[in-house]
Design a protein around this ligand. Structure first.
Ligand code: SF4
Length: 146
């Protein structure tokens, strides 16, 4: 059910004119993507990530740099929404579980947002993962629509 609702919000984004530059895109990551043994304070700033590669965070930061996108790690839905509502942000690529995405995508509307459901090999909220290709596709979707 959650997956279908995320699909519905993604479809709504795709039906509207949504193009923008990389610098106007925010990639929002859930804090559970960070390796549970990592002590870096990446919720303050993703610049805290040392790039050790134990989780996908470093690869996503690298990807974002290539496209000039912003990246932030949100500790909760409310913070994620505050970040997404900043004026300079015109499109959002959000990674989270179905439940968080349902609330988040609705919360940032009418800003265009594409939700990517995370992978949870260790159960919910711990050492989660995400498909990097899906993030890149979502970035390219917004950039190509310009
Ligand atoms: S890649 Fe970054 S966030 Fe992930 S474990 Fe290493 S330092 Fe921590």
């Amino acid at each position: 059910m959650g997956k279908r609702i995320v699909g519905f919000w993604n479809l709504l984004t795709r039906l509207r004119p949504t193009g923008c530059r990389g610098e106007s895109i925010l990639i929002l990551l859930p804090s559970c993507l960070q390796n549970s043994e990592c002590r870096q304070k990446i919720t303050n700033s993703v610049e805290e990530c040392t790039g050790c590669g134990r989780c996908k965070t470093s690869a996503i930061i690298e990807l974002a740099r290539r496209y000039g996108c912003h990246v932030a790690v949100a500790t909760g839905g409310r913070l994620a929404m505050e970040l997404a509502k900043q004026d300079q942000i015109r499109a959002i690529v959000a990674v989270a579980c179905e439940k968080e995405l349902q609330q988040g995508l609705k919360g940032v509307f009418p800003k265009p947002a594409l939700g990517i459901i995370n992978i949870r090999p260790n159960g919910p909220c711990k050492d989660t993962d995400v498909n990097l290709e899906e993030i890149e596709k979502a970035i390219n979707y917004f950039i190509r629509k310009r």
